[in-house]
Design a protein around this ligand. Structure first.
Ligand code: HEC
Length: 89
């Protein structure tokens, strides 16, 4: 019984660290990321970001310039949200 419980917890933890939580990314983005630019920068013709690694780098850059201390999971959630909603890499 105890063993089963441990396995169930591990599966849950693994699952949450692998898949980005798009809704959480949406919330984090809405709360923190609309002060300097709106979402039109993600879809403009000459946008800066041209690949998924570049998107990750840009999200980290903007997050750091805001002084936000997000966990890696939260960074991944925002990357997932932006990619699914705007970039589609
Ligand atoms: C302190 C101001 C500021 C805040 C707040 C900010 N950004 Fe940015 N962001 C910038 C600037 C400046 C650029 C470059 C815009 C340009 O070149 O016109 C940029 C560009 C971007 C781009 C690239 C757009 C493209 O051209 O493809 C992404 C993605 C991005 N920001 C994500 C975020 C995220 C995620 C957050 C919240 C953590 C955030 N930004 C908050 C200043 C900010």
């Amino acid at each position: 019984m105890k063993l089963y419980f441990t396995i169930a917890i591990s599966v849950l933890t693994l699952g949450s660290s692998q898949a980005a939580d798009i809704d959480n990314g949406d919330d984090l983005h809405f709360t923190n990321c609309t002060g300097c630019h709106d979402d039109s920068v993600y879809t403009r013709e000459n946008r800066l970001v041209g690949s998924l690694p570049r998107l990750g780098a840009q999200v980290r850059f903007c997050k750091d310039s805001l002084g936000l201390t997000w966990f890696d999971d939260e960074v991944e959630d925002v990357i997932g949200y932006l990619n699914q909603t705007y970039y589609h890499f």
